[in-house]
Ligand binder design. Structure first.
Ligand code: SF4
Length: 550
């Protein structure tokens, strides 16, 4: 079995109950550790290997596969050959070493967006953890060369933003400081690899977010239409604890529950029986009954966004059933979109109803397997299928490999939500513990370094395995402006990078874009049936039998 609470081999332990991704069901920003994701944010690629080298032996505990999941897929290794050298390398063993595996790539229809690692963040929107740790996420991602997504409602919930609904101007937003902050902090260290998505939901569309972004930033950002996510099948939600803020959000046009305009609710709040309010977004496309109507509206929206000047447009869809999946793939392909992110059930970064998360929608592996199938149908008709990103439960290098392989050749990126946030939290906590005066501003939760960190080191230079790589990149003087959360994110990404290089080398693929479905096999018959990936005893069985007759 994989992802028990303790992993004796790595010396990691989950604070809470582990999920399929390896993260706890509830990942806390104040966690003192130490799951694999948490610890790799400090020690980086060292965590690829079992601990206590020299006095141990180690064996995998993931050999028996039960049920259909990404953990029931296995990665192939081959004993001969080398692919993806592309004139870059010879097939000499001195060239075919894992550090020479190329992970960079690009996505997009006509305008290509480059990345260094086939990874992107999940949508980090109006949820407060996204705002608090934004600099860590954005700067860490920019330094790593991966795209970041600004999620929905960022302008709507910003008390300092100014939206004038009566404005004659094309856009109604006069001021959006939080959105500006997020855009600027990503581009501060952007060096041509990565990209910044800005999402649009119903409220963002009404508020004129697309118009604001187009006017202020031109085509610097990728604009993303949002149909849904894996965590829930209603719009984005946040929780606020002040009546005043709840009323502000209601006046901004959000659905707020319980209704803060009602005298009895205000009384309950003042007496303490209501302690918080939930802010909800609206469902999209409620006024359509047919697929044709949705299609027409979608194409109209894409045309409009292009008319604003956006050269790159994407769509994010959630873990809806097969009809919506087919619509997302077909419409995005027909509209010539640049990326389609397909998010399986059921993790989320913010506030989703728990039992909805547990029970709604199609889990990642089933959804992604069907995405491949539908994309292949369009490809067989001669269509240039939209580039895809798979999301939902990815956190480790092997799961990234499996996701890319399952959706190959259409899947260009893996979208990681919760996992990429852990380094932001742990880095901010370390920085806050080492700099008590700034602890509040940094959103650090620790008064001092816990033993789990002290065992690694007592200063940033001692703790973060990739500290000096970043220093080399940005220069010694600039290091004071790099949040520790960004250093932690870069460090964790470096572990994923190295881990993927090793898996690719073992599969004899020296370029990530060469990963194919033949590089994985299914650990049980049920997973083979659901995914169309061959069972491990069937893959290459025919060629094996021929060998016996040589
Ligand atoms: S960092 Fe999050 S996922 Fe990891 S052990 Fe702590 S709470 Fe769990």
């Amino acid at each position: 079995m994989r992802f028990g609470k303790n992993n004796d081999a790595l010396g990691t332990v989950n604070r809470g109950n582990p999920t399929e991704s390896g993260l706890c069901t509830l990942c806390r920003a104040d966690c003192t550790g130490k799951c694999e994701i948490w610890l790799s944010s400090l020690v980086g690629r060292k965590l690829l290997y079992p601990r206590s080298y020299g006095i141990v032996t180690a064996g995998a505990d993931n050999i028996t596969h039960v049920g259909v999941s990404y953990n029931s897929l296995r990665i192939q290794g081959f004993a001969y050959g080398a692919h993806g050298l592309n004139g870059r390398l010879s097939n000499d063993p001195d060239d075919c070493i894992f550090p020479n595996v190329e992970l960079s790539g690009e996505f997009g229809n006509t305008v290509k967006t480059k990345f260094r690692i086939p990874l992107m963040t999940g949508a980090l929107g109006s949820t407060f953890v996204a705002a608090k740790y934004w600099d860590s996420f954005a700067i860490g991602a920019a330094l790593s060369g991966i795209p970041v997504v600004i999620g929905e409602n960022v302008v709507g919930v910003d008390r300092d933003s100014e939206i004038d609904p009566s404005s004659e101007r094309r856009g109604k937003i006069k001021k959006a400081p939080e959105l500006d902050r997020r855009v600027e902090s990503y581009f501060r260290y952007f060096d041509g690899y990565g990209g910044l998505f800005v999402q649009l939901n119903v409220e963002d569309t009404r508020n004129g977010v697309a118009e604001y972004v187009a006017e202020k930033y031109g085509d610097k950002c990728i604009i993303e239409l949002k149909w849904g996510q894996g965590a829930k099948d209603i719009g984005g939600e946040i929780q606020v604890t002040s009546l005043d803020y709840a009323q502000f959000l209601q006046n901004r046009g959000y659905v707020v529950d319980p209704d803060p305009s009602l005298p009895e609710v205000q009384q309950a709040y003042e007496n303490g029986s209501i302690k918080s309010f939930a802010r909800h977004s609206r469902l999209g496309a409620t006024n359509f009954d047919t697929v044709e109507q949705v299609r027409e509206d979608f194409m109209g929206s894409v045309d409009y966004l292009r008319s604003l000047g956006f050269k790159r447009i994407s769509l994010k869809t959630g873990s809806y059933g097969m009809e919506e999946l087919a619509m997302a793939i077909k419409f995005s392909t027909d509209a010539g979109l640049d990326l389609l992110t397909i998010d399986g059930s059921g993790g989320g970064t913010g506030m989703s109803p728990w039992n909805m998360m547990q029970s709604w929608g199609v889990p990642s592996i089933n959804l992604h397997a069907k995405a491949y199938e539908y994309a292949s149908i369009l490809a067989a008709k001669g269509k240039k299928v939209v580039d895809m990103s798979f999301a939902g439960g990815f956190a480790l290098e092997d799961s990234i490999f499996k996701g890319l392989a399952l959706g190959a050749p259409y899947t260009k990126l893996i979208c990681m939500g919760r996992a990429l946030m852990v380094p932001g939290f742990v880095g901010a906590n370390i920085e806050g513990a080492l700099d008590p005066e700034r602890r509040g501003d940094l959103n650090g939760h620790w008064a001092e370094l816990p033993r789990t960190v002290q065992r690694v080191g007592n200063s940033a230079k001692e703790i973060f395995a990739n500290y000096f790589d970043i220093e080399k990149k940005v220069g010694k003087d600039e290091m004071k402006n790099i949040p520790y959360g960004a250093i932690a994110l870069y460090t964790m990404n470096d572990k994923l990078y190295c881990g993927m290089q090793q898996l690719l080398a073992g599969a004899r693929k020296f370029k990530a874009s060469q990963i194919s479905r033949d590089d994985i096999f299914a650990g049980n018959r049920e997973t083979a049936k659901e995914t169309g990936i061959q069972h491990m005893c069937d893959a290459n069985d025919q060629s094996a039998r021929k060998i016996l007759n040589l």
